[in-house]
Design a protein around this ligand. Sequence first.
Ligand code: ARG
Length: 464
Amino acid sequence: MAQLWGGRFTKETDKLVYNFNASISFDQKFYEEDIEGSIAHVTMLAAVGVLTETERDDIIRTLKEIKAEVEAGTLDISDEYEDIHSFVEANLIDRLGDTGKKLHTGRSRNDQVALDMRLYTRKQVAAVDAELEDLLQSILQIMKENTETIMPGFTHLQKAQPITLAHHMGAYFEMFKRDRQRLFDIRERMNYCPLGSGALAGTTYPLDRNMTAELLGFYGPTLNSMDGVSDRDYLIEFLSALSMIMMHLSRFSEEVIIWNSNEYQFVEIDDAYSTGSSIMPQKKNPDIAELVRGKTGRVYGALTSLLTTMKGIPLAYNKDMQEDKELSFDAMDTAKGCIALFNGMLKTMKFKKENMRKSANNGFTNATDLADYLVKHGVPFRDAHGIVGQVVLYCIEKNIAIDDMSLEELKVICPVFEEDVYAAISMETCVNTRLTIGAPSKTAMEQVILLEEDYLLKHPAIQA
Ligand code: ARG
């Protein structure tokens, strides 16, 4: 057990207490950020005259050595240390003696961990954004290729009106675009540096907080040292954004699962993204989509957990906050993995356009347009609605589509129908007369696709 704080204690820590308290098993994930923060700290300490230039250079060189050895696998981050901060500092002291002992001047683990977590999270925000950007590229590609691919649109999972595959995909484009905007906003708000907050009340050393903030790529220092060490809002916001992303992915997955079912057969998931059954030889299961849907719960769990952890904590740092890590790391890795896998599945998925088209034809998806036809010929809408209801009932009894009725049959129900009714209710007419922006017509979709292309061009992935 290697600790930084033995001085005022007369007994060894109980082994169980030590293990309960230790965080090295998970906070080693940000060893790189811890070292990066320490390098900025000592650079600043030398600039303000607290360390000599030689001390600074020795510490920085040794910190870089430690990092290189960890990366090369020649230095093990072992659990004999309480946390990653102790590991780095102890290794530094082993190698440098008294000079190493000066690293922690004017710093507390409270502002150190606040910094490390922020640096780590900032990178993760960028990594998630990059995955989303990639997913949007795939969705846009499908949109471009399918402005004429007619499929039924649903409400209540009942066929409602014809749309196109491009239009359906476009809905998800919007969702993931908003998710990216959320990530951007979070990064803007979180990009202030807590280093220099000390334990809670700053320090008596003449620290240059603007300098460390700048060295670490922040917009500036945080403005209240108590808030600096105990703010985890940014992380809660990030977990909330990840939850929203997972919710969107889960909805999308649910649709893929339905589309891939034997009953729908709108898509076929590629063999590389499907799995078989150990007993039923005929099966090809959409496990990836189901797992993405299933993993959504654990990301929500991380959000709920941290909100609950933070709700009763008095200012400033309390050990409860160590609980900000494990589930958050898990949520970040889960979300990144899910976006990447979903994207792979989407890119390789085959759309069975004929089946989509057939399904749109056979579900009375043009009933609204038939009513609109009557309205255009002077029938009040409420009457038209009733007439089309009778038409649909007739078709259900005969098991045919509206388009299959002869003009004579139609005229029996309402004499207003003429030969031009067939063109008025064709799938193409239904879709392509919906011209308002945001609607499924080819014309409207092509305008939207240009806007989305422009959006992607102007919004490359966030830089870490
Ligand atoms: N492992 C701790 C955490 O993650 C580091 C900060 C410890 N500070 C303290 N005063 N015990 O929060």
